[in-house]
Design a protein around this ligand. Structure first.
Ligand code: SF4
Length: 258
C-alpha cells in the first residue's frame, strides 16, 4: 500500500527523483542544526502540554527543554550553545505570551492515518485543544515563510481530521515560535480540492514509478543533491556521509526545523 505524508508530497512535487532517492532507495538527508533545534522545541512543548496540571511554572518548560535537547547536527559547541540560548529565549517568550491561556491539551503529537484520494495519508498533529465535539488544532513552526502559509499542509490536515474525528476542527492554526504569532487557516473548498488532487497526482506517480528528475534552481536547496547523479554539474559531487541519524519524516516531514 502506498502511503503518503505532507513531506512526501512536497518532496515529490519539488522533484520526483528526490522522492525516489529518499523514500524508495532510503537515502538519508543530513541531520542539520535546524532540524535538531526544531525537534528539541517540539519535544519540549509536547511534554509541557501533556504534563500540564493547573498553571504551570516557567521552570517546568525550561526543564523539559533541557531534558529533550538533541545535541546532534551542530557544527561546533559554540553553535550548539547559541541555539540552546535561543531556544530558552523562545520558550520564555512562549510562556509569557500564553501565561493566561494555558490549559491541558486534549491530544499532543497525535499520529493519524486516513484514506485520502484512494491512498493512505499519514501525519502527526502537534497539539489539539478542546474536546472531540469542539477542537482546535495547533501546528508549531520555527520559521515563518509565505510558502508555509500557502502550503497544502493545513488543507490536508483539515481533510484528514474530518475523517478522523467525524467533525471539522473549530480552528486550524500555525503557531510561529520565533515571533510568537499565530496564523489561523481559513477553510476554502477549492484549497481542499487542490489538496486531495495533489495526493492523487503524487500517489499515481509513485504507483506507476514516475520518478523523473527536475534538475534546476531547486537543486541548490535539495538536501539529497550529494546523492544525486542527475544534479547539475555545479552542485558538488561528494556522497552523503550519513554521519547523523536520519529523522523519520514519514508522518510529518516539515516538523524539524519547520
Ligand atoms: S539534486 Fe536536483 S535533480 Fe537531483 S534529486 Fe535533488 S532536485 Fe532532483
Amino acid at each position: 500500500m502506498i502511503h503518503l505524508s505532507y513531506s512526501r508530497l512536497v518532496a515529490y512535487q519539488a522533484c520526483p527523483h528526490r522522492y525516489y532517492l529518499q523514500y524508495v532507495l532510503g537515502c538519508r538527508t543530513p541531520f542539520t542544526a535546524a532540524i535538531s533545534f526544531g525537534s528539541s522545541l517540539h519535544l519540549a512543548l509536547q511534554d509541557f502540554h501533556a504534563q500540564m496540571r493547573g498553571t504551570p511554572r516557567l521552570e517546568e518548560l525550561l526543564e523539559v527543554f533541557l531534558k529533550r535537547w538533541i545535541p546532534y547536527g551542530y557544527r561546533s559547541r559554540e553553535e550548539q550553545a547559541r541555539y540552546f540560548e535561543e531556544g530558552l529565549e523562545i520558550l520564555r517568550a512562549y510562556y509569557l505570551r500564553n501565561l493566561f491561556g494555558f490549559r491541558p491539551a486534549w491530544l499532543v503529537e497525535k499520529r493519524f492515518t486516513v484514506s485520502l484520494g484512494g491512498f493512505e495519508f499519514v501525519g502527526i498533529i502537534d497539539r489539539v485543544d478542546g474536546r472531540p465535539e469542539l477542537y482546535q488544532v495547533i501546528d508549531y513552526k520555527t520559521t515563518r515563510h509565505e510558502e508555509t502559509l500557502n502550503s497544502l499542509q493545513l488543507p490536508l490536515y483539515s481533510l484528514s481530521l474530518k475523517k478522523l474525528f467525524g467533525l471539522p476542527p473549530q480552528s486550524l492554526s500555525y503557531y510561529f515560535l520565533r515571533d510568537q504569532t499565530t496564523a489561523v487557516w481559513e477553510e476554502k473548498p477549492e484549497r481542499l480540492e487542490e489538496a486531495e488532487e495533489a495526493v492523487v497526482r503524487v500517489g499515481e506517480g509513485v504507483r506507476v514509478g514516475r520518478f523523473q528528475p527536475s534538475p534546476g534552481p531547486s537543486c541548490r536547496r535539495c538536501d539529497l543533491r550529494r546523492s544525486c547523479a542527475l544534479r547539475p554539474p555545479s552542485s558538488g559531487a561528494a556522497l552523503s556521509t550519513g554521519k547523523f541519524p536520519a529523522v523519520s519524516d514519514d508522518a510529518k516531514g516539515e516538523r524539524p526545523g519547520s
